[in-house]
Structures are given as C-alpha cells and as structure tokens.
Write a protein that binds this ligand. Structure first.
Ligand code: ADP
Ligand code: MG
Ligand code: MG
Length: 210
C-alpha cells in the first residue's frame, strides 16, 4: 500500500505548485469578483518561492517539508492568504514528526491546518472563507479514518469534501476578509481561498500515487 512519507510530501508540494501555476488566472478571477484580484498571483508567487527553497534544502521528514512551505509562504504571499496558509502549514508541520503518516495522522494534519486558519482569521463555518473548504474536509477525513480507510482514501475523501465545500460558498454572503465589504453582493461568487484550499487538498490526495 502507498505510504505517506517525505517523498509523498515533496510530490504534494510539487503538484500543488504546478496546479497553483495552472489555476493562477482562474483564482485571481474569482478574487476579482469579490476581492482585489490577486489571490492567484499571491499563491503562484508563494509556491514558486517554495519550489526554489526546496531545491536548496533537503528536508528529511514530512514535518520539515511542511515547515519550509509555511515559512516560505509567510514571507512571500502577503495579503490575507499568506499568514492564513503559513499558520495552517506550520501547525500541520508540528503534528507530522513521524516518518510516515497513517490514516489518523492525515486527520490530525487536516485538523491542525484548520486550527491554524481559525486561530489566525477567526472565521466560522458559513462565513464564506477557506474555512468552508477545510472544515468539511476534516469531517470527511475523520469519517473515513473511522471507517478504517487507508490514508490515501482518507485524503481523497477530504479533497472531495473540500471541493464540495468550496462550491457551496457560491451561495454564501461573505462575513470575513475583503469580500465582506461587498455584503449581499458577494453572493453568487465562489470564495477564492476556499477554491485554492480544495486545490491543495486535491494535490495532497493525488500525490499519494507517484
Ligand atoms: P487579500 O484578501 O488580502 O487580497 P488573498 O486574495 O490572497 O488576500 O486571499 C483571500 C482569501 O483569504 C479569501 O478568499 C478567504 O478564503 C481568505 N480569508 C480572508 N480572510 C479570512 C479569515 N478571516 N479567515 C479565513 N479565511 C480568510
Ligand atoms: Mg485578494
Ligand atoms: Mg490582496
């Protein structure tokens, strides 16, 4: 069975960087509708820097990879998403000390990431933020682990739930971040951070099989 080890973490980051670069324009278009139009650029710059940092470093554990992602995103992304994703990756790094991550470990990782986002941004479920992707992802991962699913399936179910959660932000009114300035006019648009969060979780799931 596939194992979630440092090689998985490195594949995850490479896939995430690739996907963010590919979706850069679409993510910024989502942000243009209800924000300042920079979310795709912010993340593409951040993950470009992450790729460069990983070429120079030789992280030995999942935690070390996630920590490098965290510190790099914090110093390069800026805006709301930089500190939010930086804290999420930092908290996830702290629960990823073991050489391999099992099903319950995936749940802990997602739980830590969500915890980081919430401690930074104080958004609740339904506020039309990235929390609306991470929270259902955690619930789905937790159910999958309880069902006895292997780590790969736990991640796949988390990614699926994050995608559904991101899609469901279309109907919400934003209560946090720039989009909240629009009030009712934020309804009918997808939250860019929820969309990028789903993209990251999908990359993590796809990275399981090399
Ligand atoms: P900025 O709004 O500073 O330009 P970005 O465009 O990079 O930053 O990121 C915007 C995204 O950040 C939003 O789509 C939302 O998902 C997320 N966000 C903003 N504020 C919060 C918050 N308080 N809690 C959680 N997520 C937030
Ligand atoms: Mg923005
Ligand atoms: Mg901005």
């Amino acid at each position: 069975a596939p194992v979630l080890d440092v090689a998985w973490a490195l594949r995850f980051v490479a896939l995430a960087a690739q996907e963010v670069a590919q979706q850069r324009v679409e993510l910024s278009e989502l942000d243009r509708a209800i924000g300042d139009g920079d979310h795709g650029e912010n993340l593409a710059r951040g993950f470009g820097a992450v790729t460069a940092a990983l070429e120079k470093a030789d992280p030995a554990t999942v935690g070390a990879v996630l920590k490098l992602v965290a510190t790099t995103l914090m110093s390069t992304v800026g805006g709301a998403a930089g500190p939010l994703y930086g804290t999420a990756f930092l908290r996830a790094a702290k629960v990823s000390d073991a050489p391999t991550i099992d099903a319950q470990g995936v749940v802990s990782l997602i739980d830590a990431a969500l915890e980081g986002v919430v401690s930074r941004g104080r958004a609740k479920v339904g506020d039309k933020t990235m929390v609306d992707a991470w929270h259902p992802a955690l619930e789905a991962a937790s159910r999958a682990a309880d069902d006895g699913d292997p780590p790969a399936a736990v991640l796949a179910r988390a990614a699926e739930a994050a995608e559904a959660g991101a899609a469901a932000t279309d109907d919400l009114v934003a209560l946090k971040g720039r989009a909240s300035y629009l009030g009712e006019r934020s309804r009918g648009h997808r939250d860019p951070g929820a969309a990028s969060s789903a993209l990251l979780l999908r990359a993590a799931a796809r990275a399981v099989t090399p």
